[in-house]
Design a protein around this ligand. Sequence first.
Ligand code: FAD
Length: 119
Amino acid sequence: KLENATLKAELGRATWKFMHTMVARFPEKPSPEERKTLETFIYLFGRLYPCGDCARHFRGLLAKYPPQTSSRNAAAGWLCFVHNQVNERLKKPIFDCNNIGDFYDCGCGDEKKDGKEEA
Ligand code: FAD
């Protein structure tokens, strides 16, 4: 089947939005299990992302820049960095990762200040 760049880009935007929003909600101080869960998710994502070329390239980035999971900041900074690696390859503008702050808000309205979920 022919490549459809519009659909590929739409999937990419939705996916990046989800991923950045997910790490923006990752615990500030994750437990070893939470760290492992995120790491596993990212590697499985690299196997399952439906655009094959994108996934292959992403696995190359993972090999070069392993996921950072020690804190929310580390995870968000890492994802911003790898997204910028993709931006660079696709000749897109580079995002200023220092300005990521509250850019990705899930709108869930249930997070306490300490980053822990309600019981
Ligand atoms: P996107 O890159 O989709 O970004 C969406 C929005 O996120 C931007 O408008 C900006 O507000 C914000 N943003 C931009 N950079 C960052 C950053 N570094 N950190 C945080 N937020 C940021 N497409 C291909 O054609 N070839 C590929 O090989 C390819 N590989 C991909 C690999 C992965 C893992 C993913 C998720 C997508 C891939 N894509 C690929 C799709 C591509 O990255 C874009 O999603 C798509 O081209 C749409 O681009 P866009 O300009 O709308 O912005």
